[in-house]
Design a protein around this ligand. Structure first.
Ligand SMILES: [Zn+2]
Length: 308
């Protein structure tokens, strides 16, 4: 039998192989999530509500947050969801360099693309989940929360109020801080956190023993700035070129693995899925949770849009 005839007669088992590969990749999507992260669920209309308490710096750390930059956009070749190397002192990032070139072209359409692809400031803090109506199992847990500029501004405003009738307070304080009521709406297609506000100031718990127990459950934040959370410049170059549709990794026939078969198959109905496979090693993905509940596509779309 010729190789081609062999292939024809083996189509059913090939189908099984592919199906298994797809299933495997779906299961893999669970493994790159980090269960320590909390995410405010939004309903179908894009609205969300939850109450969280920001927690102080952990033992041995100086501030109750870490900050870093990332990129999250979809190019013609797929998603680019990566931590930005400019987060590390002296680090150079190919995506930022690409954006600078687009911006400097002076062409308005290039500038629009640069805006879409620009790096985004992220923060991570420990929180105590006070009220989570969508996922009540989170209530009472100490979790990690990744947030953007809007929430950071709320925290900053609490410490440096704009108006004379407002009293400055430390929202990370266990005794004199306050719960943050997160109110999320969809505005112009994007999640909007403007309506979020602090509740009245009060201790998280009355008894110091309870507060100490909560503090003892906090996670160290320094790990999110460790080098292994970042791809190298060269790895980011490859990832960026793929997302921009500038190149494709095609193995030789001999080297084709199940993963690559899967990529080729998934390429045809929509290029997005194949790109998702290529980004599963992203450190960004290791530090989120719960987002994959609606499937991988939503997970990536949400990572990309969530620029609160
Ligand atoms: Zn960058």
């Amino acid at each position: 039998m010729s190789t081609f005839a062999n292939m024809k007669s083996n189509r059913q088992s090939m189908m099984d192989t592919v199906r298994n590969a797809v299933e495997k990749s779906q299961n893999d999507s669970q493994s790159f999530q980090d269960d320590r992260f909390w995410y405010p669920e939004r309903d179908k209309g894009g609205n969300g509500f939850a109450v969280v308490r920001f927690l102080p710096q952990s033992e041995g750390e100086t501030v109750p947050w870490i900050k870093y930059w990332d990129h999250g956009f979809q190019g013609s070749g797929g998603w680019f969801i990566e931590n930005c190397l400019t987060s590390i002192p002296g680090g150079k990032c190919p995506a930022c360099e690409h954006n600078t070139a687009l911006w400097n072209s002076g062409i308005e359409s290039d500038k629009d693309i640069a805006r879409k692809q620009k790096r985004r400031l992220r923060h991570v803090s420990n929180i105590y989940v006070v009220h989570d109506p969508t996922n009540p199992q989170n209530e009472g847990k100490v979790m990690l929360y990744r947030y953007g500029k809007k929430i950071y501004d709320k925290l900053s405003e609490a410490m440096n109020p704009e108006f004379k009738d407002e009293i400055a307070f430390n929202p990370f304080d266990l005794w004199e801080g306050a719960d943050l009521k997160l109110k999320i709406r969809k505005v112009d297609g994007w999640p909007n956190y403007d309506r979020s506000e602090f509740d009245e100031r009060k201790p998280l718990f009355e008894a110091d023993s309870e507060l100490e127990e909560v503090w003892g459950r906090q996670y160290k934040l320094e790990e999110f700035l460790s080098p292994e959370k970042f791809k190298t410049y060269e790895e980011l170059q490859v990832s960026l070129a793929r997302a921009l549709g500038q190149s494709r990794d095609v193995g030789t026939i001999e080297e084709t693995t199940v993963e690559q078969q899967e990529e080729v198959v998934l390429e045809s109905p929509g290029a997005k899925f194949s790109r998702i496979e290529t980004t599963t090693e992203s450190p960004q993905l290791n530090i989120d949770k719960q987002n994959a509940g609606d499937g991988k596509m939503d997970y990536f779309a949400r990572l990309a849009e969530d620029n609160q």
